[in-house]
Design a protein around this ligand. Structure first.
Ligand code: HPA
Ligand code: ZN
Length: 344
């Protein structure tokens, strides 16, 4: 690879093509859109203004974030609301040179308020199709189960989603991690595997390395979301590296939710050096202070040990770790090579 001058690295991080694999679409809901949808749908918010809402974005841990995140999502009522939210994200993703996004959504957050799952999925699907046609972004959906709810609730949600099976490529597991180990969802993930759905799970964000192991062994996941606590078990790190099991890491999220005290103390470089298939993602960008390019640029600024080779590896990993076709992966990797050749 050609040498890249360090002062040219931030521009290259922004310009290089990349896939985003860990993005909760409800976490892309910006305060301005929350207020616009609240007014349109007649939903009362416990915040007087956009500024007051933004001022509440100071989180002590995952749960304190989730409480505000679910309150924000309460303004979503109709198919058009879901379309507008996803479209706004996809326009931002395109501006960050995201060529492929695998987008998480939380149907139970909405169906519990009486929103039909059809409105959720059709609105999001419409935005994905339009993004492909108009922005050149490939966009797919991953349905997430909320782990603080029961497995029976997850199974019932899966059944109501099956008429729209062709609109999502896989399932995930998110929400409060501690006290809700992956094995709680063994049956629903087994059913999803039978249905040919891809499987991912949040594990090792706040939870222990044992949760990463049970996500692999019991849920048979194909990627781990976050996974940063794997370093507490050297044997697990070795297993993840050997299997090239992807970890979708979200640096700004990890600092906002106090998984690491500062970005400079993030273990991303150590994970890469251990040979892990790490990717950089934005998680809930409207809440955590930046979309994917901001995650790249701020992380590289905070961790000077990260090199242009690491930048290339992170983008290449994002394609490798995606559920896209081999042809698409090869095409995006060629575009990545071109971006590096042009910058060298
Ligand atoms: N962790 C768990 N659940 C979530 C997150 C997260 O970072 N964001 C949205 N739901
Ligand atoms: Zn997440």
């Amino acid at each position: 690879m050609k040498t890249i001058a360090p002062d040219r690295l931030p521009a290259l991080l922004r310009a290089m093509p990349k896939a985003e694999l860990h993005l909760h679409v409800e976490g892309s809901l910006e305060p301005e859109l929350i207020f616009r949808l609240a007014a349109r749908n007649g939903v009362a918010l416990p915040y007087a203004s956009v500024e007051a809402l933004r001022a509440a974005y100071a989180f002590g841990d995952l749960q304190s974030f989730l409480d505000i995140y679910y309150a924000g999502a309460s303004v979503l009522r109709h198919e058009l609301d879901f379309f507008e939210m996803a479209w706004a994200y996809l326009e931002r993703a395109a501006a960050d040179n995201v060529v492929h996004a695998e987008i998480f959504f939380d149907p139970q957050t909405h169906t519990a308020r009486g929103v039909p799952i059809e409105a959720v999925i059709q609105g999001l699907d419409h935005a994905c199709h339009r993004a492909h046609a108009e922005l050149g972004v490939s966009a797919k959906l991953i349905l997430c189960f909320l782990r603080h709810l029961s497995e029976d609730d997850a199974l019932a949600t899966l059944e109501t989603a099956l008429p729209y099976r062709h609109h999502f490529i896989g399932v995930g597991l998110d929400s409060s991690e501690r006290g809700h180990p992956p094995e709680k969802f063994a049956r629903v993930f087994a059913r999803c595997r039978e249905l040919g759905l891809h499987r991912v799970a949040h594990a090792g964000e706040e939870g222990p390395p044992a949760y990463i192991e049970s996500a692999l062994d019991v849920l048979r996941v194909e990627r781990i979301d976050h996974g940063v606590r794997c370093v507490e078990s050297p044997a697990l790190v070795e297993r993840l590296a050997r299997a090239r099991m992807p970890l979708t890491v979200c640096p700004l999220s990890n600092v906002k939710l106090r998984v690491f005290p500062t970005l400079a103390q993030h273990n991303l470089k150590a994970l890469l050096d251990a040979g892990l298939c790490v990717t950089i993602n934005s998680d809930d960008p409207a809440y955590f202070g930046g979309y994917v390019n901001e995650n790249f640029v701020q992380t590289f600024a905070a961790l000077p040990a990260l090199t242009a080779d690491d930048a290339y590896r992170l983008a290449a990993n994002s394609f490798e770790a995606s559920f896209a076709s081999a042809d698409d992966k090869a095409r995006w990797t060629r575009q990545l090579d071109e971006a590096f050749a042009a910058a060298g």
